[in-house]
Design a protein around this ligand. Structure first.
Ligand SMILES: [Ca+2]
Ligand SMILES: [Ca+2]
Ligand SMILES: [Ca+2]
Length: 227
């Protein structure tokens, strides 16, 4: 049931429901004059939704299991989709956008990540590698020379000079290659895949930078960070 919360003199707001069910948190018009500086949203199981309108408070949100839609504020947010196919959008501000977590490693997940304005970090770490050293059964992709198309992050708005992609391992383990098949999205501009070289198997798809900006470069330390 929709609810209205009238607040006064509150700087931090915690909305925590680790249980199941589809949780909805909408925050509106919490600009600097509201005094609210921080909002925490822990959604748990279910397909949950966070929306922030005209809000400057920084948000820390975790979607938990399920296909969650998390849309951040004008502040600097940390948005974690967790398991499931999540759509995460940072809005204005310098946001950390994380589609997956360390127990499932993003296996079988396709997350959509949108930074919005500001200097955003897309945290891919060691996620979206299916861990299958054999081919995944998709012969068309196999003959195209890549694999692991059942799990990846799709980054819609990477901006050179502003945003950062964080990966784990060695820079030399990764390469960029154009996406040439039905996984293309967005405008007619070329999408670029971020692939991991796992040795014997074809290149493993980790992420797609949709409508890739010119100058996208794995060797640019302002664009890609390796931990
Ligand atoms: Ca959830
Ligand atoms: Ca996810
Ligand atoms: Ca934000």
């Amino acid at each position: 049931m929709p609810a209205t919360l009238n607040i006064q003199g509150i700087e931090r707001f915690n909305a925590i429901n680790g249980g199941g069910g589809d949780d909805v948190l909408t925050v509106s018009n919490l600009d600097a004059t509201s005094g609210v500086e921080f909002i925490k949203f822990v959604a748990g199981d279910g397909n949950d939704r966070l929306t922030a309108n005209n809000t400057s408070a920084n948000i820390d949100a975790t979607g938990g299991n399920g296909n969650d839609i998390l849309s951040g504020s004008n502040g600097n947010d940390t948005l974690l989709g967790d398991r499931g196919n999540d759509i995460i959008s940072g809005g204005n501000g310098n946001d950390r956008i994380i589609g997956a977590e360390s127990s499932n490693l993003g296996r079988g997940e396709i997350d959509t990540l949108i930074g919005g304005a500001g200097q955003d970090t897309f945290v891919l770490d060691n996620f979206y590698d299916d861990g299958n050293t054999l081919i995944d059964g998709d012969w068309i992709n196999f003959f195209n020379g890549f694999d692991g198309t059942g799990d990846f992050a799709r980054i819609l708005d990477f901006k050179v000079g502003e945003d950062l992609i964080q990966l784990s391992g060695q820079r030399s383990s990764y390469q960029l290659k154009p996406i040439t098949n039905s996984l293309q999205g967005g405008s007619a501009a070329q999408d670029m895949g971020i692939f991991k070289n796992n040795g014997f198997q074809p290149l493993e798809l980790i992420a797609i930078v949709q409508d890739a900006p010119s100058g996208l470069n794995l060797n640019d330390t302002r664009q890609f960070k390796f931990i």
